[in-house]
Ligand binder design. Structure first.
Ligand SMILES: O=C(O)CCC(=O)C(=O)O
Ligand SMILES: [Fe+2]
Length: 364
């Protein structure tokens, strides 16, 4: 924290201590991007070097019909290649998705004094946090994003600790999206030729949290990032994005091996984005890809997104499934206590998929 708070104390106090967030700074009439938000050139997103991801969304309702196997294969292929795909005809009502986005706006539109009570160091609850900086003590440049993190432990706790503005819809979203996660996880594990009982599947997604990300309009989006390059730590993420766009995923150019390209996951009304996290990459011994992704901001509209992160319970030991190691003849990752993995994940600056090196064997 020293770095940021020392270099621009008053900015730090305004944004973080007083709970205004980067949203508050933009609302105050900001014309220029403050220095601590300016990314080094190699981290900026050049839209000209990106293209839209043209993978059609996967229709989950077809899992119940004669195209079951085709849909299963689409899911597996997407998880093996990009690690990202979109689903439609899932079980989450579209009105609920609209209410979730509305409630995110309702929370962030509150005055700072209402939000600051949820700030780390102010609130004693670990179940709800309002933050603007991923990790001020380790990141040198800040992300153009405010967010809340709502950790699920029980319905009672959620209704007690999560903000009134969003708790009911966030809880409903968490429950229904968790069903999608379970269906997809069972398919992916099944296709590895491994059988896991229900309690094991549950423990792989035993920790659930809903974040609400708010990216205010930025005077110069080319200089900043909404979220820098990272992979998600957990098993599977379900992401609701609004219609603004700006989520980019790293892919290998199909026509030019080794060449990297950034694909934008286009907003599709009613669709949910699904992505593989580090835990699933480890479990599958690298077969399923936890993708590097990042977010660009826009100059005239604020964007919201609402990920449901599902992660293994902290007490789980996560390593490649033994049947796969036997089949592959080699483990690409070591077994880690999930708590240790998460401590490392939150303790280092994020630089793409480097957080996975904690578990990788022979990582360079
Ligand atoms: O806002 C988005 O589209 C993605 C956010 C994200 O990657 C995250 O919260 O981990
Ligand atoms: Fe992410």
């Amino acid at each position: 924290m020293a770095q940021i708070s020392n270099t621009s104390n008053s900015l730090y106090n305004f944004i973080v201590r007083d709970g205004n967030g980067i949203k508050g700074l933009v609302d105050s009439g900001l014309l220029e991007v403050p220095k601590i938000y300016i990314q080094p050139i190699n981290e900026r997103i050049n839209k000209l070097e990106t293209k839209p991801c043209d993978m059609p969304p996967i229709d989950l309702s077809k899992l119940n019909g004669k195209e079951h196997e085709k849909v299963v294969n689409e899911i597996v292929r997407a998880a093996e290649t990009l690690g990202f795909f979109q689903v439609v005809n899932h079980c989450v009502p579209l009105e609920l998705l609209e209410s979730v986005k509305d409630s995110a706006h309702a929370f962030f539109n509150m005055p700072p004094e209402k939000k600051v009570v949820y700030r780390q160091n102010v609130s004693t609850s670990l179940k709800m946090r309002y933050q603007t900086i991923f990790a001020p003590e380790i990141e040198n440049v800040l992300e153009w994003k405010d967010y809340i993190n709502m950790v699920y432990s029980s319905d009672e706790d959620a209704l007690q600790y999560w903000p009134n503005e969003c708790k009911d819809v966030a809880l409903e979203y968490l429950k229904l999206s968790s069903k999608i996660v379970k269906v997809i996880l069972e398919i992916l594990i099944g296709k590895l030729g491994v059988e896991l009982d229900d309690s094991k599947i549950e423990s792989l997604i035993g920790l659930k949290m809903v974040n609400m990300n708010y990216y205010p309009a930025c005077p110069n989006p080319e200089l900043t990032v909404g979220v820098g390059r990272h992979s998600d730590a957990g098993t599977i993420t379900v992401l609701l994005q609004d219609g603004i766009g700006g989520l980019y995923v790293k892919a290998e150019d199909e026509n030019d091996v080794g060449k990297v390209e950034w694909l934008e996951i286009p907003p599709i009304p009613g669709a949910l984005v699904i992505n593989v996290g580090d835990a699933l990459e480890i479990l599958s011994n690298g077969k399923y890809k936890s993708s590097e992704h990042r977010v660009m901001t826009t100059s005239n509209q604020s964007r919201v997104s609402v990920p449901l992160f599902t992660l293994p319970k902290f007490t789980e030991k996560i390593g490649p499934l033994p049947e796969l190691v036997k089949k592959d003849g080699l483990a690409g990752y070591r077994e880690v206590l999930w708590k240790d993995y998460m401590d490392n994940f939150y303790g280092v600056a994020h630089e793409g998929k480097k957080t996975l090196n904690f578990a990788k064997i022979n990582s360079s």
